[in-house]
Design a protein around this ligand. Structure first.
Ligand SMILES: O=C(CO)[C@@H](O)[C@@H](O)COP(=O)(O)O
Length: 245
């Protein structure tokens, strides 16, 4: 990998990550952007848990596209690194991937409702509804969870790169949006559009109601996330239900 190309990729990935809070796409550090250098066989991604205000170019982590090993960087790569890697490996046209927890897109992901194409604003960027994946199974949560989070997106698109290019984003059920594009910057801007059209769609659906039916997320998925954040011995499993089944 040439120093010049890696240096410019780092600069672009840093700039894209710093636009996440500017665009209001994340609470705390709930968002990450990466960019890939396919010739060098690596991608550059935000480190895990680092606030955007403190983020510097030298904090970014360089990861091997083939096996996911950290090639350069002192800090731990984003928890979503394996999801980014899965998407890069499945879709050769991808140059950048963005993941956020932007409010309106997450609302659709939690309700398991695709973001419908209700107007031209959406159609300008996404040539179809932004789809929502199936729930991950207990097995997919128990092992290689983050890679499997990418796999459910790939399976939904049947590995079809043309579909991925036409609709450069997807909602992971109960989790949130992943968007992508030819560059890290393009993937971030698709995340901005995804959140904007999700908000517009919610207002439109409020004016013209459509059948929406959120259901209780599967226990194994909630537990996987809770234990990931709070440790394997944390209380979980019989927590009070969050709503009617
Ligand atoms: O999905 C989640 C957490 O559920 C992550 O995307 C979010 O917390 C960001 O994690 P990182 O700081 O990138 O490791």
């Amino acid at each position: 990998m040439s120093d010049t190309s890696l240096k410019s990729l780092r600069r672009e990935v840093l700039a894209a990550n710093l636009r996440i809070p500017e665009a209001g796409l994340a609470t705390l550090t709930w968002g990450n952007v990466s960019g890939v250098d396919r010739e060098a066989g690596v991608f550059v991604i935000k480190p895990s848990g680092v606030s955007y205000a403190d983020l510097r170019e030298e904090d970014l982590v360089v990861v091997d596209l083939e096996d996911g090993r950290v090639v350069e960087g002192e800090l731990r790569p984003s928890t979503d690194t394996e999801t980014h890697r899965c998407l890069y490996r499945a879709f050769p046209s991808l140059g950048g991937v963005t993941h956020t927890h932007s409010v309106h897109a997450v609302a659709f992901a939690q309700a398991r409702y695709p973001i419908p194409v209700l107007g031209t604003t959406h159609a300008d960027t996404f040539n179809g509804a932004i789809p929502v994946t199936k729930d991950l199974t207990a097995q997919q949560c128990a092992r290689d969870y983050e890679y499997n989070t990418g796999q459910v997106i790939v399976a939904m698109l049947e590995g079809d790169g043309a579909r991925a290019d036409a609709v450069p984003g997807a909602l992971v059920s109960r989790h949130g949006p992943f968007t992508w594009g030819a560059t890290a910057t393009a993937s971030l801007e698709n995340a901005i559009v995804c959140e904007a059209v999700a908000e517009m769609a919610l207002h439109t659906l409020a004016l013209r109601p459509a059948p929406l039916g959120p259901s209780e997320p599967p226990r194994h998925l909630l537990d996987r996330h809770y234990t990931r954040k709070h440790g394997p011995d944390a209380y979980y499993g019989n927590a009070p239900s969050t709503g009617s089944r």
